[in-house]
Design a protein around this ligand. Structure first.
Ligand code: NAP
Length: 302
């Protein structure tokens, strides 16, 4: 079957190839992939993927073989999935890494949900209740950021969305941002929670904006810039401020079900800012890394 595999010799670090059909294990379902989405880390660090391995993690499609152990959805069910090998015509996923897509949710929108949705959901939970709290989201125009804005607002937060330019703030108010700021210089009051996808100087400034007892969730480092904390800036009187890493997308099935349910009811929107055939992956990669995609890039596996 056709798949996109890691190929460091190619101009973009990948190529199309004929690969063996995936053989699902007893607790895995085989999915005919119709849409897959691309994530920032997958394309920025494509050179670190195992050579010849099938790329991608986010997929949506139809179950064509149920799990041998009887777990998970049955043949013909529409599902969203998170797991290695998603950029292929067919992929095997653990039954616990898929969720059934409700009829009212488009499969392409479902494919836009997995990693960014799980990341936003879990980091917000890790930060504790955001009800009535000031939540700063950096990189709010990106895939994780747009999901985080919506989920934080849903949780009752006052949402401050930080973007790189005024145009990149378009649509964020409709998603639930109370304030949209370019950079972090115009934030004049402390925040209770930070979800930081940018790193570098943003991380340093966001830490200084965090009130005692606050939680900074470090999600990513899209800026590729180093962070230098001024002398004594980590020291703080009063309740401890915490900086927490995130990287655990394991056992995603239940959270995928939460996200698809919210999206199916229109409570959150899986925003697709680029959509095209999987043969156009180079265009999608370029658009994403040059900060031109308003939300997610979704590939049609035609
Ligand atoms: N820990 C994990 O498991 C995990 C999970 C998902 C994502 N991530 C990481 O989180 C980051 C964001 O992911 P994503 O999917 O949201 O990516 P994305 O859709 O490409 O968005 C990236 C965002 O970063 C901002 N940005 C990029 N360079 C910047 C710079 N120099 N200064 C300020 N802002 C900058 C962009 O803001 P503007 O366009 O407004 O300028 C954009 O909103 C990536 O580093 C990704 O690898 C980590």
């Amino acid at each position: 079957m056709q798949a996109l595999i890691a190929a460091p010799e190619g101009p973009h670090g990948f190529r199309f190839a004929e690969v063996p059909e995936p053989v699902p294990g007893p607790g895995q379902v085989l999915v005919e992939v119709r849409h897959a989405s691309i994530n920032h880390g997958e394309v920025r660090h494509i050179g670190f993927q195992p050579v010849g391995g099938v790329l991608g993690y986010d997929a949506a499609g139809y179950v064509v073989q149920a799990a041998g152990d009887g777990t998970g959805p049955g043949v013909g069910e529409r599902v969203v999935a998170f797991g290695a090998g998603a950029w292929a015509r067919r992929a095997a996923f653990d039954a616990g890494s898929v969720a059934v897509v409700p009829p009212s949710l488009d499969l392409a929108e479902a494919a836009a949900l997995p990693l960014v949705g799980i990341t936003a959901l879990r980091t917000l939970r890790a930060a504790g209740s955001v009800l009535g709290r000031r939540v700063l989201i950096t990189g709010a125009s990106g895939g994780v950021g747009r999901m985080a804005v919506q989920l934080a607002r849903l949780g009752g937060a006052h949402v401050i969305a930080s973007v790189g330019s005024p145009e990149r703030g378009d649509g964020l108010r409709e998603l639930g941002a109370n304030e949209i700021v370019v950079g972090l210089d115009d934030i004049n009051a402390p925040v209770d929670v930070v979800l930081d996808s940018v790193g570098g100087g943003h991380l340093v400034t966001a830490w200084s904006l965090l009130r005692p007892g606050g939680s900074l969730q470090s999600i990513g480092w899209a800026s590729d810039e180093p962070a230098t904390f001024p002398l004594n800036s980590i020291f703080a009187l009063g309740a401890a401020k915490t900086l927490q890493s995130f990287g655990d997308a394991s056992h995603p099935g239940p959270d995928l079900a939460v996200l698809t349910d919210l999206a199916a009811r229109g409570t959150i929107i899986a925003q697709i800012g680029w959509r095209g055939p999987w043969t156009d992956l180079p265009d999608a990669m370029t658009a994403l890394l040059s900060r031109r995609v308003m939300g997610k890039a979704v590939l049609n596996i035609d």
